[in-house]
Structures are given as C-alpha cells and as structure tokens.
Design a protein around this ligand. Structure first.
Ligand code: SF4
Length: 193
C-alpha cells in the first residue's frame, strides 16, 4: 500500500485512501480504549473526547471510504538538544511546531469538508480550537459547527494505523523531544474510492 507525502518546513503530511468497512474492522478497538482515555489529562475536559462520544460505527455508518492523513513533525538534532536541557522550552517548541501544525491540519480538513458535500472529519486527538475548552467550566462548546471528534477518542487504534498504513512508529523521549511527533486525522467520504 503506498501513500502520498507532502513536505513543508520540517513537516510531512502523508495521505492514504481506504475503504471504510475494512478500516473499521481492522482498527476499531472493541475493548480497553475507554480505560486508556481515562488516563489522559484531557479526559472529560474536551467536547471532542470521551466520555459522551457517539458510538463509532453508528456515527460513521453513512460513509463509504476515507482519506487517512498522518502529520509528522520532525525535530532536528539541534532542536532536540536544546529541548533536552529544559522541559519548559521543550513544551514551548512542541506547542509552536506540532500543536500549531495539528490546528492547521484540522482547518484544512474543515475546508475540504466544505468542498466535498457530505464529508466529515475526525480530528487528530483532542480539539485545540480554543486555548481552554468550555467543557472545563461545564459550558457548551463555543464552536459546535467546527468541533470534530477525536479519532483516538472513537477507539481507533492509532499506533496500529500508523505502522500498517504509513510504516511509522510512535516515538517517545525520556526528556525533551523525540525525533518526531506524529498525529493522525481522517476525512470520511460518502463515495467509494
Ligand atoms: S471548539 Fe473550543 S469549546 Fe468546542 S470542543 Fe473545541 S476547544 Fe472545546
């Protein structure tokens, strides 16, 4: 299976079109994902995330196919060395390079939704449209028309998708930053590809 890659300033975006039914059969986790979500510091604090999300298969029932997109943000060695010295600096670099790229990806997918009637995005992790989600204050979402559910919050096996579809591993760093961070989002389509 070959994917398409776009590269820009230390970022790569990889795309792959897939048939929805086989995608769900392979990647929906039937067990354990809710427990994993509870460990996330954003559990119950983002309207894009559990608890309270619709059932995955019912929500995606109208769609036939999808374009899976992996966003890979590379951290050059000099940047990693700098990040390893200072956790606050590392967090700032990640915010500037990775979180902002995730937001751009979401906005691009929302643009595509407008051009492709009936399409729907699942976002790369928690919603990052607002600095502080209204859910933290028990208030309704500020932008319900733009908010999209998290692909991982829907129980889709992120690590397995990455490896199978794009040949990428999830990386971690004991301190500072890994060689790259990677996020996955998807645009679901009504037509078969
Ligand atoms: S749009 Fe804002 S209020 Fe709504 S889920 Fe996203 S972060 Fe929360």
């Amino acid at each position: 299976m070959s994917s398409t890659t776009l590269e820009k300033k230390g970022r790569e975006i990889l795309f792959q079109y897939l048939e929805k039914e086989s995608f769900l059969n392979r990647y929906v986790r039937m067990e354990g994902f809710e427990e994993d979500c509870r460990l996330c510091p954003y559990y119950g604090k983002r309207w894009s995330c559990p608890p309270g999300l619709p059932d995955t298969c019912s929500y995606l029932e109208p769609y036939q196919s999808l374009c899976l997109a992996a966003l890979k943000v590379n951290y050059p060695e000099a940047v990693r060395e700098e990040a390893a010295k200072d956790a606050v600096r590392a967090a700032r670099i990640r915010e500037e390079r990775y979180e902002s790229a995730k937001k751009e990806l979401l906005l691009k997918l929302l643009e595509l939704e407008e051009r492709i009637p009936g399409s729907r995005t699942l976002g790369a992790g928690r919603c990052i449209l607002c600095e502080h989600c209204a859910r933290e204050q028990g208030k309704p979402c500020r932008y319900p028309l733009k908010r999209r559910y998290s692909i991982t919050g829907f129980g889709l096996d992120f690590g397995r998708m990455l490896k199978d579809v794009f040949g990428l591993e999830l990386l971690w760093a004991d301190s500072g930053l890994p060689e790259y961070d990677v996020a996955v989002a998807a645009l679901f389509l009504r037509e078969k590809m």
